[in-house]
Design a protein around this ligand. Structure first.
Ligand SMILES: *Cc1c(COP(=O)(O)O)cnc(C)c1O
Length: 461
């Protein structure tokens, strides 16, 4: 098989695709030695919540194609919106130019905060949406006579992306520790701690966390530009929750100490927590709101950073004043992505208001509890909205401790494929992040497939 073979991928045999993948690919967040030693999966088609491989086998998309998918794959309405735009204009830059689909989407997104964050800065992925918020905040304080406000506060377990700025405000040793010599330092306060069973987190579980935050603000607010938070659920940390009222309390502290609040809703937006945004649900308007993953429904890379008129105003001036925000990505606000995002929002609103998503979320919580509570190999489990996690452990009194190289979560995820499910592990945990449009029978399939995979793997460790 020649490298320059012109045959379309779909018509190649699985073996041929496999061979070329082994030869040329370097997959993200993947130990390639391990990847090559295990069965590989080449997905060629999607239908609703399902993915179909080169051999015609079907798998439920249990991580919503890395937390992005809203209406399922191959959705006729989104397909039509995409196709319509495709025949108009596939791409044009927003650098000093405009296309009306971006305008229409910016108007829609302003509605997410009742017009309180009317300014929309488009980019093309979640890391960039966060980079923009950080840089806008830094530049705002410079432009308004406070160059000393340079620091950033973030919460333990935070994940905001993999670029240098976002790694600097993240708190993930496995992913980012080796790059620390190149990162700027940030202040980290402890996340709320709680007993991790579905629905049990109370506001009082956050008292220490809020106290720790206030202590940092008391001593350092004058040197601090912003605080960044994933509201309600920290996804990459393992779906760890904050109680209702926590985001509001953080927002009040930020206001009191004159520090910008950046809410990273790259994961939590667009139905994931049964709402359009977690901040609106919490009655909070941040200074910056970062959106990506579900924005274009899992179809195309699109991101946005929303901010207030006050922040925007500070950047106005004659060119020679140097107030311009010099930041932009080639595919910022791509028209195809904007067209799909508009169609997605139109479909998503009634799914939220009818209570359909909240019902599925409740079902997910119930099924996780039914399948995993009181099991000797379950350390904890949790669910909020359409997010969930189970953490596995050796049974009490078991002679053998689990080592990192046993790859328990990964083995369970591989075994789940045999039960018709693709899902991602995190250490010794499995994360549940289905498409927002998942059907009741599919929620059952999702949770049961993980349970069966666990029963296949753990007794044979
Ligand atoms: C995924 C994620 C990001 C990074 O988004 P990318 O599009 O992968 O760059 C940032 N913040 C949160 C909360 C995320 O879940």
């Amino acid at each position: 098989m020649g490298v320059s073979s012109a045959s379309p991928a779909a018509s190649r045999s699985t073996d041929a695709i496999d061979l070329a993948d082994r030869k040329h690919a370097w997959h993200p967040f993947t130990q390639m030695k391990e990847y090559q030693a295990n069965p590989r999966l080449h997905l060629v088609r999607g239908e609703g919540s399902w993915l179909i491989d080169t051999e015609g086998r079907k798998y439920l998309d249990g991580n919503a194609s890395v937390w992005t998918n809203v209406h399922g794959h191959n959705d006729p309405d989104l397909n039509a919106a995409l196709e319509k735009q495709l025949h108009q204009l596939a791409h044009v830059t927003l650098l000093g130019l405009n296309h009306p689909v971006a305008t229409e989407l910016a108007e829609e997104l302003a509605g997410l905060t009742n017009g309180k964050l009317p300014r929309c800065f488009f980019t093309d992925n979640g890391s960039n949406a966060v980079e923009v918020a950080l840089k806008l905040s830094f530049q705002f304080w410079q432009l308004t006579g406070h160059p000393e406000k340079r620091g950033v506060i973030s919460m333990s377990g935070a994940y905001h992306g993999d670029t240098f700025g976002t790694m600097s405000v993240g708190d993930n040793r496995t992913f980012h520790k080796r790059f620390t010599p190149w990162l700027f330092s940030s202040q980290i306060f402890d996340a709320p701690r709680h007993e991790e069973c579905a629905g049990k987190i109370k506001f009082s579980d956050a008292t220490q966390s809020l106290q720790a935050l206030e202590n940092i603000l008391k001593s350092q607010a004058e040197q601090t530009a912003s605080l960044i938070l994933e509201p309600r659920v920290q996804g990459a940390a393992g779906m760890h929750q904050q109680p209702a009222g926590f985001v509001k309390a953080v927002a009040q502290l930020c206001k009191q100490y004159d520090v910008h609040l950046i809410l990273d809703e790259v994961f939590t937006g667009f139905g994931r927590l049964s709402s359009l945004t977690a901040c609106a649900e919490e009655g909070v308007v941040p200074d910056f709101l970062c959106l990506a993953k579900g924005l274009a429904a899992g179809y195309l890379p699109l991101a946005a950073t929303l901010t207030s008129e006050k922040i925007f105003e500070a950047f106005q001036g004659e060119f020679s004043e140097g107030r311009t925000f010099f930041h932009g990505h080639t595919f910022s606000g791509n028209p195809l992505g904007c067209a799909v995002a508009l169609a997605s929002l139109k479909k998503l609103r009634p799914m939220i208001s009818s209570g359909q998503i909240a019902e599925r979320a409740q079902q997910l919580g119930d099924e996780i509890q039914n399948n995993f509570s009181n099991h000797p190999n379950i350390a904890s489990y949790r669910q909020y909205g359409l997010t969930g996690a189970v953490d596995f452990k050796p049974a009490d009194g078991e002679a053998k401790a689990w080592t990192v190289d046993m790859r328990v979560g990964y083995q369970i995820a591989l075994a789940a494929r045999r039960h018709g499910l693709v899902i991602r592990p995190l250490g010794d945990s499995i994360l549940f992040v289905p498409p927002i449009s998942i059907q009741p029978s599919e929620v059952t399939h999702l949770v049961q497939a993980v349970r069966r995979a666990m029963d296949d793997v753990i007794p044979n460790l």
